[in-house]
Design a protein around this ligand. Structure first.
Ligand SMILES: NC(=O)c1ccc[n+]([C@@H]2O[C@H](COP(=O)([O-])OP(=O)(O)OC[C@H]3O[C@@H](n4cnc5c(N)ncnc54)[C@H](O)[C@@H]3O)[C@@H](O)[C@H]2O)c1
Length: 406
């Protein structure tokens, strides 16, 4: 799915938001006019300010040269209340009005999954750059449609696969690409949470018409699949899956979607793999783990201890690499905003990805614009939807090896 945008070599990853900060006014591609215009600041509007929306606002506010000017909610009253709480000037009761505000150039979509298509498609039709949260579509067909629309419109399109923004994730990606652990042979891990452990726990994510045909897989499995392929540079070709609804009744209502899933994986380089996702695993808060066992060494990154990267050795003691910019390669160093010993967290990694996206938006020249490999586009969103669809298809067929659509 890399064909839609041009990727630049890893040396360009040293670009940082701080370089971008000096470029004001900004030469900016306006999709509606089909030409470059100069603006003093890139203005963002947010659709859907629930849990993750305010983190998009926080991340954009950390980009010098960008500003958050509007928020749309499901009603005018809720949008106004969110705007006041977040210190945002304009509010809209309909997302169409935010999208049609001529002062807004970038739309962030953090609505529930069933609205991703409509909001993203409307923003693209208006010539706005679009940053959507994941999963991009309710299924791969929706995501492919969005990718095609965004590509044809020539706008920037991004998906917040935010774990890519962690310095040690990028360090691991570059180290593996440079051959430092040898050819990956076993790629495995999990993404476990506990917020749906109890019968009374509930979310729109459990309702097929709002969350889509999957709960755990679409919500957190999409992140795991993205990071596994992104960090290793290898693609999953086949899956064999088993899915379960461990809590079958919540608040007296029967549940249709899985809250626990596991899959065996085959990769295009011959590597084998496996992953599990679960929302019912007590004690695991946001426990994303990726381990890669190469022909020479291993690497393991764990989101809940995100400032450390384990490097497994056979003949000398294994190491823990700390997130210290002076110890990281160029890809990792470009994202580290603090010196060693100063812990960075989930929001910092999120902001790192958004900073890179806005760097591209500031220099946007249409789909041929070179993009940093760390930036996730709608092509990557579509890819994650394809992987989730394949896992679901395998499980529904009774656990058979299933090819992932290309
Ligand atoms: N990247 C990440 O790490 C991450 C984390 C959490 C959620 N997400 C994704 O972000 C999306 C939102 O998740 P959330 O946890 O913030 O959900 P949420 O339910 O907390 O927030 C969704 C918000 O959208 C609003 N909304 C609903 N209909 C709307 C409409 N028609 N117009 C405008 N606003 C509307 C709701 O009122 C709510 O405020 C989901 O797709 C989810 O998968 C991503």
């Amino acid at each position: 799915m890399e064909g839609m945008v041009t990727r630049v070599a890893s040396s360009s990853e040293t670009r940082s938001g701080f370089v971008f900060a000096k470029r004001v006014p900004i030469s900016f591609f306006d999709g509606r006019l089909g030409q470059n215009v100069r603006v003093k600041r890139i203005r963002m509007g947010l659709v859907g300010a629930g849990f993750v929306g305010p983190h998009h606002v926080d991340a954009v506010r950390r980009v010098a040269g960008a500003e958050v000017i509007g928020v749309a909610g499901s009603t005018a009253a809720s949008a106004k209340a969110k705007a006041e709480a977040l210190g945002i000037e304009r509010s809209y009761g309909r997302y169409e009005d935010l999208i049609n505000d001529p002062d807004i150039q970038v739309v962030h979509n953090t609505t529930p999954n069933h609205l991703h298509f409509a909001v993203n498609a409307a923003a693209i039709a208006a010539g706005k750059h679009i940053i959507s949260d994941k999963p991009l579509g309710m299924n791969a067909a929706e995501a492919k449609h969005l990718l095609d629309l965004a590509t044809a419109a020539g706008v920037f399109h991004g998906v917040t696969f935010n774990y890519r923004g962690n310095p040690l994730v990028q360090h691991a990606r570059q180290a593996i690409a440079d051959g430092q652990i040898g050819e990956p042979r076993f790629i495995h891990g999990h993404y476990l949470q506990d917020w749906l452990l109890k019968d009374e726990d509930y979310s729109w994510r459990l309702e097929p018409d709002k969350g889509g045909p999957t709960s755990a897989l679409g919500d957190i499995g999409s992140h795991w699949c993205d990071i596994a392929e992104h960090v290793t540079g290898r693609r999953i070709t086949h899956v064999l899956a088993d899915i379960t609804t461990a809590v079958p009744v919540r608040r007296g209502r029967p549940m249709q979607l899985e809250d626990l899933a596991s899959a065996l994986l085959r990769f295009d380089n011959g590597a084998k793999g496996s992953f599990s996702v679960g929302q019912i695993c007590a004690g695991h808060k946001n426990d994303l783990v990726l381990e890669v066992n190469g022909a020479a060494k291993s690497m393991r990154w764990r989101q809940e201890a995100q400032n450390e990267l384990w490097i497994g050795e056979r003949d000398v003691p294994s190491q823990i690499l700390q997130k210290d910019p002076s110890l990281l390669n160029a890809a990792g160093r470009s994202l580290a905003i603090l010196p060693g010993g100063h812990q960075e967290g989930w929001s910092d990694a999120f902001a790192g990805l958004i900073r890179a996206m806005y760097g591209h938006i500031a220099e946007w020249r249409g789909p041929s614009t070179p993009l940093s490999p760390m930036v996730a586009t709608f092509a990557d969103g579509y890819r994650a939807n394809c992987l989730v669809d394949a896992v679901l298809a395998s499980a529904r067929a009774g656990g058979v090896w299933t090819e992932v659509a290309r």
